[in-house]
Design a protein around this ligand. Sequence first.
Ligand SMILES: Cc1cc2nc3c(=O)[nH]c(=O)nc-3n(C[C@H](O)[C@H](O)[C@H](O)COP(=O)(O)OP(=O)(O)OC[C@H]3O[C@@H](n4cnc5c(N)ncnc54)[C@H](O)[C@@H]3O)c2cc1C
Length: 492
Amino acid sequence: MKNINSYRKFKRNDKEVNPDGEYILYWMQINRRLQYNYALEYAVALANKYDKPLLIYESVMVNYPWASDRFHAFLLEGMKEHLHELKDTDVNHYCYAEQEAGTVEQSFYDLAENAVAVVADEYPVYIIRENNEIMADEIDVLYISVDSNGIIPLGITDKDPYSAYLFRKVMQKHFLEAYTHPPKKDPIDDLENHKKTKLPDGFEEKYPRADKILEDIPGFISELDIDHEIGITEKKGTRQYALGKLGDFIAHGLSRYDEERNDPDADAASGLSPWLHFGLISEYEIVKAVLDHQPKGWDLDDITPNNGKNSGFFNGDPNVESFLDEVITWREVGFHFAHHRPDYDQFESLPDWVLKTLSKHQDDEREWVYELEEFAQSKTHDEIWNAAQTQLRQTGIMQNYLRMLWGKKIIEWTKDYRTALDYMIELNNRYALDGRDPNSYSGIFWCFGRFDRAWQERPIYGKLRYMTSDSTRKKLKLDRYLDKYGSQKSLL
Ligand SMILES: Cc1cc2nc3c(=O)[nH]c(=O)nc-3n(C[C@H](O)[C@H](O)[C@H](O)COP(=O)(O)OP(=O)(O)OC[C@H]3O[C@@H](n4cnc5c(N)ncnc54)[C@H](O)[C@@H]3O)c2cc1C
């Protein structure tokens, strides 16, 4: 039987390894961590197999979609952390921060010329998906992408799951095997060849190391041709910060998660999505840390497949069960969906029942219609919606329940559905630190009925699930939230 982790590897071209190459090149594109990283682990195994050193290449482009101070700072802080961590070691690590568009791509091709083989991060959306599809064809050596995104390997599903229930069934079948074949904590420790890598001639002059730049991240960013309106937040894009957040969540949020995660005032959710997005922390280590907090006496034998139901699988603390359903099932269903669906971000990818009902209601009269920048600047008539958008614009995050309301109302208050979809993608990915992720598309398309079922028919929404600010106000504790992000402040 195949080892479960073999379903994480994707051969991206039909080239061979070049045994005369200088190094195994690991291109760290999205899972930007040195720990619990299957791709790095695989790169180390290849380096050992061919008795070559390993080169870890970390780069930041300047012209990625929605490039701004916010994302750039977050990315560069993570890079700087690696630089410090590896400073006094013999690990070959090269950081490059582009100033001129196109040079990252060129630098990758230059490095690939001297490589034995290339290992990259598998990722089903955004420019990383395109890089893995297009750039692999342009090089002369083997290019393998490795999935280190979640617990259930992307290669396990054979088609796109259309509901969380369906994916949960798959998850329940494979969880134990996947969880008991974890990524190594420190894969670099296994590296055998510690020689200094020989870079292509002139490489360092052409693509200067980012070491100096990283000493003054805001100064460097201010000179770049990126969106300076989207400001840096106080959240640091480092692994240390993520581990601190995980610790805080386990100490203060986990025991209240099931009951209070939806209340903006309660602060009971983990807040980990930006660090998960940039791969600074692995889903595996979050799941492990949380399972370690099951009640005394609980062990893995207590897990029982439960036909896709969202409780009665982990069989311990209901808070743990509820959190793991979000971080495993709800997080990964979007990864698996996008993995099988290149059209994951297209309106036409919506289920047939949605396309049918929306086509029937496309000409329904809208009482309120806003343009993109009115939404962006929190200028709607609705206090709760404006507060949620202000939180997103100012801090780079938005609380989960309000995110659903936020999306549903954009559908209701935009001139047509396709424009609403474009606005949601734009606003989410422009402001959210966790944006441009498979879960961005899960969440946005969930508002349009993906992974959901038909509900009672209404104007504009058709059979889509409906949400209102009034019921949100009754259901949730929002006083402190509105005080912080409410209308007066939002319009300043
Ligand atoms: C319109 C809309 C847009 C969204 N955009 C994004 C986005 O850009 N990036 C993003 O990561 N998530 C997005 N989500 C999903 C969800 O809102 C966030 O993952 C969650 O709010 C993150 O907060 P947290 O880390 O405190 O979550 P927690 O409740 O602490 O959960 C832990 C982790 O589980 C995963 N998770 C939790 N809830 C969901 C969910 N409903 N769907 C998928 N995964 C989930 C996330 O990885 C999260 O970090 C969106 C949802 C909606 C409705």
